[in-house]
Design a protein around this ligand. Structure first.
Ligand SMILES: Cc1ncc(C[n+]2csc(CCO)c2C)c(N)n1
Length: 226
C-alpha cells in the first residue's frame, strides 16, 4: 500500500521529529513559553493556508464522501484548532500588536506556499498525498506525547496534547490515509511517484516547522528593510 510504503521510507525523518528538542521539551513540560508562543503564532498562519488547501481538495475531489471529508477538515483546521490557538495566545498575553509584529517565518511561508501551489497546480492525488503528513505526523506525535505525559498533573501543554491524541483525530488520519491509498491504487506510475515526493516534502516541512520554532527562525535579511 502507498501509505505504508511512504511511511516506512520516512522512518528516519519521523524519528527525528519525535526526537527533536522542541518535542522532547514539549513532552517534559520544560519547553519555554517564547518558543511555544512562536510556534503557536506561526501555526495559526499555517492553518489558514492549510485550510485553503483542504477546501481546494474538497472542490477537486472526485468522490463525494472525500469532498465531505476535506470540507469538514478545512472547517476543523480553522475552527477547532483556532480555539486552541486563541486560548494559548490569550494565556501568553499576546496582543493584536504583538501578533502583527511577529513576521511569518521562512519555513511557515515555505510550507504554506508549497501546499497552496500543490492545491492549485498539481493533480488531485498529489494534493491528497501532500496534506496527509499534517494529519499523520500530528496524530503520531500527539499519541506518543499522551503516552509519555499520562501521569503528569498540570502539564502546561495538556490542551495541545489532548487535541492531537483525540480518538476523533485518529479517525480523520485513517480517512486521509484511505483516500490517499485509493487514489494511489488507481493512478499511473508518474502520478504515484509525484505523490510520494509530495508526501516526503510535506514531512520534511513538518520537521522544519518544529525546528524553526526551536530556533525562532527569522528572515536573515529583515534588518535591511526600513
Ligand atoms: C505545522 C502543522 N502541521 C500539522 C498540524 C495539525 N493539523 C492542523 S489542521 C489539521 C486537520 C484538521 O483539523 C491537522 C491535523 C498543525 N497544527 N500544524
Amino acid at each position: 500500500m502507498f501509505c505504508d510504503d511512504v511511511w516506512k521510507r520516512s522512518a528516519r525523518l519521523i524519528r527525528a521529529i519525535h526526537e527533536h528538542p522542541f518535542n522532547t521539551a514539549l513532552s517534559a513540560g520544560t519547553l519555554d513559553r517564547e518558543r511555544f508562543a512562536f510556534y503557536i503564532v506561526q501555526d495559526a498562519r499555517y492553518l489558514e493556508a492549510f485550510s485553503r488547501a483542504l477546501a481546494l481538495a474538497s472542490a477537486r475531489a472526485t468522490d463525494t464522501e472525500d469532498a465531505v471529508f476535506f470540507a469538514e477538515s478545512a472547517h476543523a483546521a480553522l475552527a477547532a484548532e483556532r480555539t486552541l490557538h486563541a486560548g494559548y495566545i490569550e494565556e501568553f498575553g499576546l496582543t493584536a500588536d504583538d501578533l502583527a509584529g511577529i513576521g511569518t517565518s521562512p519555513t511557515c511561508l515555505g510550507y504554506s506556499s508549497f501546499l497552496q501551489a500543490t492545491a492549485l497546480a498539481d493533480p488531485y492525488p498529489v494534493l491528497a498525498a501532500a496534506v496527509l503528513p499534517c494529519f499523520w505526523v500530528y496524530q503520531d506525535v500527539g499519541t506518543t506525547l499522551l503516552e509519555n505525559t499520562a501521569g503528569v498533573e498540570d502539564h502546561p501543554y495538556r490542551a495541545w496534547i489532548a487535541t492531537y491524541s483525540d480518538p476523533a483525530f485518529a479517525e480523520s488520519t485513517e480517512r486521509a490515509k484511505n483516500i490517499t491509498d485509493r487514489l494511489a491504487a488507481t493512478t499511473d506510475d508518474a502520478t504515484r511517484e509525484a505523490m510520494a515526493r509530495a508526501f516526503f516534502r510535506a514531512t520534511e516541512y513538518e520537521w522544519m516547522f518544529w525546528d524553526s520554532a526551536w530556533h525562532r527562525e527569522t528572515w536573515p535579511t529583515a534588518e535591511w528593510l526600513a
